[in-house]
Design a protein around this ligand. Sequence first.
Ligand code: UT7
Length: 322
Amino acid sequence: MRAKIIGTGSCLPDRSATNDYLSTIMDTSDQWIHSRTGIHKRHLVSSEEETTLTLAVNAANAALEDAGILPAQLDLILVATVSSDFITPSTACMVQKALGACHATAFDINAACSGFLFALNTVDAYFQSGACQTALIIGVETLSKIIDWSDRSTCVLFGDGAGAVVAKASEEGMVASIQGSDGTGGDILICKNRTNNNPYIATGTDPGYLSMNGQEVFKFAVKKVPECIQSLLAQTGLCASDVTYYLLHQANYRIITSIARKLKLPIEKFPSNVERCGNTSAASIPILLDEVHKEGKLSEGDILLLSGFGAGLTWGAALLKW
Ligand code: UT7
């Protein structure tokens, strides 16, 4: 049995910050941000009531409603995030409690922007083994709390949000997937962000915000994502044009157009929300999938190719039948 997505949901914080707004609090401009990234605005949590958990639960409830599944029917909850509210309990366990999903096993996956794909692949593997039948997968981030707001080269890129899907074990759905990691590249996108309470080790005062070598990440993305896509297509014997939509991690519109060019495909096959949402890391692919689904663009039998890359370094792709 494979993972078939039967419902989607998403949640964005109420407040959005435009590039023009950011240019009032730092030395930047709409012209610079939009021309280099395609981003015009991003949603940011703006009160203590909006947390990683609340965004995740709202997205989850929308996905459950769309799927017609009750929380008690879930036997697995996976949350992909690098910005959980607590170290423990996991966000997945907190979601389980909030939903009352009393029969589900729940845990988090840390694979940064590839996290949703890693979680989807994990669910598919559980389904193939027969261990579970009904899963909730959430990608959620409140990166705004770990970003260095004095580093204009990173803080303008990211946004907060959550996307969720409900997957059911089925004869059809996931066709093939691929994923990988290269820890030797970990330094180019890194967030230490932990105070050390060990009595023998000085903690220092560095808050450990997210830092990034943007050009190296860019080069990695435009090489790795097309490689992933090509190898997945080769594995399945499909042509690039057989895919209805490519739902890529929304990091930068220039990365998306470069990938479309490399694959010699029209940009219309690459829906994008990066202009409105910025880079929401693990949440970006499920938010985009929810939008495309709710806009009525998907028909039964459509072939979707999801692919992403991120810190770790990590990358992945999944080809599935809608
Ligand atoms: O999920 C994965 C997350 N990461 C990514 O996907 C990041 C991939 N990389 C990128 O998207 C691009 O590398 C960036 C958008 C981050 C940067 O674009 P770039 O064309 O690589 O710019 P750069 O870093 O080479 O900076 C060019 C100039 C610099 O000024 P000088 O040294 O040429 O005078 C920067 O100081 O742009 C300046 N700059 C800015 N100017 C206005 C950097 N950030 C800003 C800013 N506003 N926000």
